[in-house]
Design a protein around this ligand. Sequence first.
Ligand code: IMP
Ligand code: MG
Length: 338
Amino acid sequence: MSLTVVVGGFFGDEGKGKAVSYLGLMDKPGICVRTGSINAGHTVNYNGKSWKLRILPSCFVNESTRLMVAPGALLKIDVLLKEIEETGSRDRVWVDINTGVIEDRHVENERSNEYLMKTIGSTGQGVGAAMVDRILRVLKTAKDFPELKGFITDVSGEVNEELDRGGKVIIEGTQGTFLSLYHGTYPFVTSRDTTAAGVISEVGVSPRLVSDIILVFKAYVTRVGAGELPGELSADEVIARGWVERGTVTGRPRRAAPFSIDLARRAVMLNRPTQIAITKFDALFPSARGKRKWVDLPVEARKWVEEISEALRVPVTLIGTGEDSMDMIDMRREVVGP
Ligand code: IMP
Ligand code: MG
């Protein structure tokens, strides 16, 4: 039995989609569950194709995995149906009876809210407005929509059953630790708890059943929207370092800063991961690009990983070296660190 939880360690956009798609292909879980909502864009590049997923789990690349949306998640019907089409996964997508449904009025409500759009820098996808309705207990859920009839299941029941029969489950978190409603840089945060504890609560699975928590850090830190970003670089410096990125959902340019060990330490405290994944490693060490073996990394790159692992006292087990899901150094067998 194994339950792996994947969460972001910074401000979102750490490359969770890439990490989860790799784990899907390698570990072939019976179920992968997406938490969060459509404000989060998870990018998957595999075999020359690219997908930007806002609600379906990134494990879809493994065809034997059942794809589920958590009861605590919020979907939007047009986004869900579009992604089912794009991934060709109609016969293996399931949503929970209690999964919340964002309607157009939620989107309109957020977009006309100046505080949210200008001061906070919300993605304006209606997620926070729908959460408000959920808390007021007026939000409609999946069971209220005939279009979703064929997709409905009991997600926590399915996950627990899969684990009880010895299967593997991956839970895909969204955003990052410091965008957590409770543990982030409030009020410059998203509308849910994005930590490991928060995402398992969205699924409905006991903390006792978690076997691994993988905390994903990018090799540098980015942030979209407002709020502090320690060590933030000027726009010119971001370009010079080749760290230019744009938001998956909004297309906004991302602010960037070098990797912060202080932020990483706090993210480790809040999530207590068993493993760390580092993505976009090739942005720091171009000679690491496309490498899939630890021994093929340049010495200074290996030293950087070892230092991080020692400072955080958590093994770095996955290192992303390119866009493709399979551009990954996987040290889950030859672990580096204390
Ligand atoms: P909201 O959750 O869309 O209201 O946005 C609140 C804050 O969280 C803003 O700073 C957004 O840019 C940020 N945010 C929300 N979702 C994501 C994400 O998936 N990646 C990165 N930032 C996000
Ligand atoms: Mg993203």
